[in-house]
Design a binder for this molecule. Structure first.
Ligand SMILES: [Zn+2]
Length: 374
């Protein structure tokens, strides 16, 4: 993984690169973020950069022997610890350690380094089982790091989601953090900084990784995942800085949201019940997740309309064509009507979660919004 493979986050990349250039490499670093952020990808790019034998100005070279092995995540001095569980193939908890699932892990990481724990669990066959970093990992951690580096400048151990470590594994890590072996780099990648033991936290340098911006997500979806621009923008708008979520939204649902919402509001405005009934059928045919996304998207548009109404246009984060719609929409609605629409949509979301009848729900919602629009 190169820094240039990761879209955006230039501020954090520069900080990491400067630390290496000035030889201020802390032996334990905690990359703190949340699901769908770039922290795991950054930790990987950082480890590759540190060990690259032909460092470029702002990145690893990608071609030296170290980089070649890092590209495939098979460098003998690159170690991974991550949450696991038993599977159909690996039935004994004793055996279910990171080492055993390395081939799956490499494939998973290569496909999408922004993935979530539930995605990982499904990928390696644990299905709905609870995953954690087993106590048996402590042996592996000590063993991996007590060996001399094969060829790298730094031995690297990347621990994904250390908040899921069993006490035994934490203790092993603590011991190593207290007396770190020479030229060893510990990169902890957490989604829950507040759950990390204070003793580990105090021995680590924290690298706070911010959420992606909407623009960064859009660009990443287009460049790395081949999602069409308009669809990527809509997904970014919904995902609140979570690239993994944005990818799911973009892949699951087409860019029907905008069109759906526009037609819906137009028919409510005209109180065209024939067309509303057609839309109701369309809505009911979709899966629950898609129904939720439509409501969520509608809610965001209405909120943006509120912003537009109060001259907060600089805050609007919408693609151009949708922006035009929001401007017009905000002119039609009174402040009071917008507030009530927000409440209606929130209630509808709440009811969809609790398995309300989607047809009844959509029809009620439409009638109520139509009244507000008149
Ligand atoms: Zn290199």
């Amino acid at each position: 993984m190169l820094f240039s493979d990761i879209i955006g986050l230039d501020d954090i990349k520069q900080m990491l690169i400067q630390a290496v250039k000035s030889e201020h490499i802390a032996h334990a670093q905690l990359f703190a973020g949340a699901e769908g952020y770039g922290h795991l990808a950054l930790a990987l790019a950082y480890a590759q950069y540190v060990n690259c034998t032909n460092k470029q100005e702002d990145d690893a070279c990608g071609k030296c022997p170290s980089c070649m092995q890092y590209n495939k995540l098979v460098h003998p001095d690159l170690h991974f610890i991550f949450p696991t569980a038993t599977t159909k193939k690996v039935t004994s908890p004793e055996d279910a350690v990171s080492q055993v699932f390395l081939p799956e892990w490499r494939e998973f990481l290569t496909k999408n380094p922004y993935s979530s724990l539930p995605d990982w669990a499904i990928f390696f066959g644990a299905e709905n089982k609870l995953c954690n970093i087993s106590r048996n990992e402590s042996r592996n951690i000590v063993k991996a790091l007590s060996m001399k580096a094969f060829m790298a400048k730094y031995k690297v151990m990347i621990i994904w989601l250390p908040e899921l470590m069993r006490t035994e594994a934490s203790n092993a890590i603590l011991k190593i953090l207290e007396e770190p072996p020479q030229k060893t780099l510990f990169l902890l990648v957490t989604n829950a900084r507040e759950q990390i033991l204070p003793t580990i936290l105090s021995r680590s340098q924290v690298v706070n990784v911010r959420p992606f911006t909407d623009d960064e997500i859009t660009q990443a979806l287009v460049q790395n995942f081949e999602i069409p621009q308009a669809q990527a923008q809509n997904a970014a708008f919904l995902a609140e800085g979570n690239l993994n979520e944005a990818l799911k939204i973009a892949q699951n649902v087409d860019d029907v949201y905008t069109d759906f919402f526009k037609s819906w509001m137009r028919f409510c405005f005209k109180t065209d019940y024939q067309e509303l009934a057609n839309l109701m059928e369309q809505f009911a045919e979709k899966g629950k997740e898609a129904q939720k996304n439509i409501l969520l998207y509608s809610l965001k548009i209405v909120r943006e309309s509120m912003l537009a109404k109060f001259g907060g246009e600089s805050l609007l984060r919408l693609p151009d064509e949708t922006l035009e719609f929001v401007r017009n929409f905000s002119k039609v609605l009174s402040e009071n009507a917008i507030e009530k629409t927000i409440t209606l949509l929130n209630d509808a979301l709440h009811h969809i979660e609790r398995n309300a009848n989607p047809k009844m729900l959509f029809l009620n919602l439409s009638v109520n919004i139509a009244i507000l629009l008149r």
